[in-house]
Design a protein. Structure first.
Length: 173
């Protein structure tokens, strides 16, 4: 008679419902079970990153409104970015950024309906954007993100987008 191995495994779930441990038992022998393996899965399971098109569903119009309003509250007094934004058009700039972000991250396409294709580089070519202006834009946006208190998964995706796009828009030096 051959003594084959018989294992049964189950995952233990954490408070968020994600598996945290994998428990495997040897069912051979007298009917008693003993744990053979008890793997900690936390180092193997990275949290799933939120897809860009899911951001709107996650934070809604209100999240984008808080974020963009927080950014534009900081712009007028900033010595680098303030001069790039005419005071008479600050509200318009805020609306355009908010509508662009809403569309870009899965919301209604009001931006394109009103303004056409975003054409970011073309729309920003008239501004002097160097590494210093890029860094300041990122710093103000990060402050606005902290103030807006967005969920971590959404904030992470937005932060990556802002950093990459701001670098893309550098047109000086």
């Amino acid at each position: 008679m051959s003594r084959g191995l018989l294992y049964i495994c189950q995952s233990a779930k954490g408070a968020n419902g994600e598996p945290t441990r994998l428990l495997c038992y040897d069912l051979r022998g007298t009917g008693s079970t003993r744990s053979l393996y008890n793997f900690d899965l936390s180092s193997y399971l990275a949290p799933m990153e939120l897809a860009e098109h899911e951001i709107y569903d996650r934070i809604g119009e209100e999240g984008f409104a808080r974020l963009v309003a927080g950014f534009y509250r900081r712009v007028p007094s900033d010595e680098i970015l303030g001069p790039m934004y005419p005071a008479a058009d600050l509200a318009g700039a805020e609306l355009r950024l908010r509508e662009f972000l809403i569309q870009r991250f899965g919301g209604p396409d009001r931006y394109s309906q009103q303004r056409g294709h975003p054409r970011l580089r073309m729309r920003h070519v008239r501004f002097h954007i160097d590494a210093r202006a890029r860094s300041r834009w990122i710093a103000l946006m990060q402050q606005a993100q902290a103030e807006a208190n967005l969920p971590d998964d959404a904030a992470h995706v937005l932060r990556n987008f802002f950093e990459n796009t701001a670098t893309f828009l550098i047109n000086q030096g």
